[in-house]
Write a protein that binds this ligand. Structure first.
Ligand SMILES: [Zn+2]
Length: 676
């Protein structure tokens, strides 16, 4: 984008520049709204958009009807039902500097005869939602969509704990706010996705958007989404007549609101608020990308009204991204378990937004080529969504004369096999099934906690086992000897013995751990358990066809096809035979009752919710399953029992409304003690 002052442009030049910007913005917007996968940083989008607005404001004759500035938002994805917003959900106008903010204030005060206050609020980096209540009951929830028409996501929103199903007063009201994914939940989700070979989400907002628009509500329920509500379509049903009072009243009604708001009398107060939260943004448990100021009197908001696109009584101040410079020392290629080869920039360590950063993913070869990052370059680094280090660009003025364009490898840095792109993927892959780097990643996964749970077998030990040719595959682990382990770095008699014991114990794991540990594409821990429980042993699963597998309740067609493809491979058959030969258990034993053949849980559908104090969720689930219960994720009429820990939310309310029996944790503990 050029910084050329608009004042020096001719109409033709402005029209030409605007014509360049529009298709680019439309394309970015489409990726953002329809695929939840933006190809540029929001900040870049916002600035290009602001430039187009500035051009069109200076030269109104160049505005075209299809310009992105003439729309409120993106269009909706077609597979969810539509909801018409009777009162449109407008997005806010943006400013990027205190000067622009002051201009907004002066303009507004010029149009209002009496003095007024602003309410300052954090701008939560999430997805706008609208919740409709009739006589105090939650009846419908939707996304903003294009502002006029959104998507019906009622079922998904019902899985979110912070959204009340019933209000403390029987109001008929439409409440608006933001749905977001807390930073910790986002990091954990991406970790799980990467372990499962799925692409990580770019930032918490995309993760929240992707989670909310799931057709399968169980996925949404798993994603730990949260909300802050901050607005109503019509304030008449409320008793308050101020924005700050509205936040308090929404909290009284049962909504989660953000407590950091502050009433500001003038721009000095606003600037102080901005300074406070700009400094604290990295400490917050959720992402913010700026602050919002709103005229505090609700009747004043109403009388000021809105333009076609934005309300006149509020504006968003966007934080500049925190950005630092550092130098790229190397570009490293790492090979994942599924063979994907990913470039990573290794940089001089630098402090950025609360942590020290020395690595940034360059995602794939196309990305690296597009950014033209070279070894020795000085680069601008920021954190996407406040957490993930990302290189925005190299600094042209600081590029060393000797820096050469980076050459993308054509062969695997681990095994030397030729790298390929499968089915038009952007990712580069090594497809050699014997590639040591992939095998090592696969072994790390095999040993991980939710798989075979081999304590003490970490990546450094795995790397040495492969380097010294002590193992070729995971079955070889079971043939390791003390003498062999003693040849590894820092290994003594005791550590060798501990590792052998851990490996030995893993032979007795129930089948689902082995299935998950094999790293079959799309088969996560949960699907592995369903498969193991349904088929009982490895041979039956291997003999099953796609139809038989997808007949299982929680297993879809994609997983079924992937399982069939996996077991069609003769190398897989050899590996399974080898595992069997070294004594690895091939049957499902988790479901077998530990003591009695029946218990009070046999055949019961049980749901766990809330926070348990003494037990972890997996422990409670495992125990219940061992005693014959089926543990499911959502409450329905078929549910026999809900076990509710602390801070149980919507599932508890639903169970009560369906007259499902509810136990607390102490009751579960008592039942566990009895069966001992
Ligand atoms: Zn390789």
């Amino acid at each position: 984008m050029t910084d050329k002052s608009i004042k020096t442009l001719t109409v033709d030049q402005a029209a030409e520049e605007a014509a360049d910007l529009r298709p680019q913005l439309l394309e970015w917007g489409k990726q953002y709204y329809e695929a939840d996968a933006p190809s540029v940083e929001d900040d870049v989008y916002d600035r290009v958009y602001a430039r187009l607005v500035a051009l069109e404001t200076a030269f109104p004759e160049i505005v075209t009807p299809d310009s992105p500035t003439q729309r409120v938002g993106g269009s909706s994805r077609s597979d969810l039902p539509k909801v018409t917003h009777d009162i449109p959900m407008l997005s806010l106008g943006d400013v990027f500097s205190l000067d622009e903010l002051t201009e907004f204030d002066e303009r507004l005060r010029g149009n209002v005869d009496t003095p007024f206050d602003y309410n300052c609020e954090l701008k939560i980096d999430g997805l706008a939602i609208s919740l409709r209540y009739e006589n105090g009951k939650f009846v419908q929830g939707s996304t903003r969509g294009n502002g006029q028409i959104g998507e019906d996501i009622t079922a998904n929103l019902k899985t979110i704990k912070s959204i009340p199903q019933t209000l403390s007063r029987p109001l008929t009201i439409e409440v608006r706010g933001e749905c977001y994914m807390p930073k910790a939940a986002f990091l954990a989700l991406n970790e799980r996705r990467e372990a499962a070979g799925q692409a990580p989400f770019a930032n918490p907002r995309n993760a929240a958007a992707g989670s909310l628009r799931q057709l399968d509500t169980r996925v949404t329920a798993d994603r730990q989404l949260a909300t802050f509500m901050y607005n109503v379509a019509d304030y008449e049903p409320l008793t308050t007549r101020t924005q700050s009072g509205l936040l308090d009243e929404l909290a009284e009604l049962g909504f989660t609101t953000n407590a950091t708001y502050r009433v500001a009398h003038d721009m000095a107060d606003v600037a102080a608020y901005i300074e406070t939260y700009q400094a604290r943004r990295t400490e917050l448990a959720y992402g913010i990308d700026g602050i919002v100021i709103k005229a505090n009197e609700l009747p004043l908001q109403r009388s000021l009204g809105a333009t076609v696109k934005v309300p006149r009584w509020a504006i968003a101040y966007k934080f500049p991204p925190e950005e630092v410079q550092t130098r790229v020392l190397d570009i490293e290629w790492t090979i994942g378990r599924t063979g994907v080869v990913t470039p990573t920039a290794i940089m001089e360590p630098v402090a950025l937004a609360g942590s020290t950063v020395a690595r940034a993913s360059l995602h794939n070869p196309d990305y690296l080529i597009a950014k033209d990052i070279r070894i020795g370059d000085t680069v601008l680094l920021h954190k996407a969504g406040d957490i993930i280090p990302e290189i925005s660009q190299y600094v042209a003025a600081k590029r060393p004369a000797e820096a050469k364009a980076y050459v993308i490898p054509t062969t695997c840095p681990s095994c030397g096999a030729e790298l390929v792109h499968l089915d038009d993927e952007v990712a580069l892959r090594c497809i050699n099934p014997r590639c040591p780097a992939q095998l090592a990643e696969g072994m790390n996964h095999f040993a991980s906690r939710n798989a075979m749970n081999i304590a003490g077998l970490g990546p450094q030990i795995v790397a040495q086992l492969f380097d010294r040719n002590l193992v070729q595959d995971v079955a070889d682990l079971y043939r390791l000897t003390t003498d062999q382990l003693l040849t590894l770095d820092k290994f003594g008699e005791k550590s060798a013995q501990n590792l052998l014991t851990a490996i030995d114990n893993s032979r007795n794991n129930s089948l689902e751990r082995l299935l998950f540990g094999l790293g079959i594409r799309h088969v996560g821990a949960k699907a592995a358990r369903s498969l193991a429980a349904a088929f009982g042993d490895m041979a039956s699963l291997m003999a099953a066809d796609s139809e038989q597998i997808s007949a299982i309740d929680t297993v879809g067609g994609i997983i079924a096809d992937s399982v069939v493809t996996y077991f069609a491979n003769t190398q897989v058959h050899e590996l399974v035979a080898k595992l069997q030969a070294v004594g690895v258990n091939m049957t499902y034993t988790s479901g077998t009752p530990a003591t009695n053949s029946t218990s009070e849980f046999t055949g019961k559908r049980v749901v766990l919710t809330g926070k348990l104090q003494e037990l972890t969720r997996p422990q409670a689930t495992e125990w219940l399953e061992q005693h014959g219960a089926t543990v499911t994720g959502s409450v329905s009429k078929k549910t026999d029992l809900l076990i509710a820990g602390e801070a149980a939310g919507s599932k508890l309310a639903k169970a009560q409304s369906l007259d499902v029996p509810v136990w607390n944790e102490a009751q579960l503990q008592a039942a566990m003690d009895e069966t001992k």
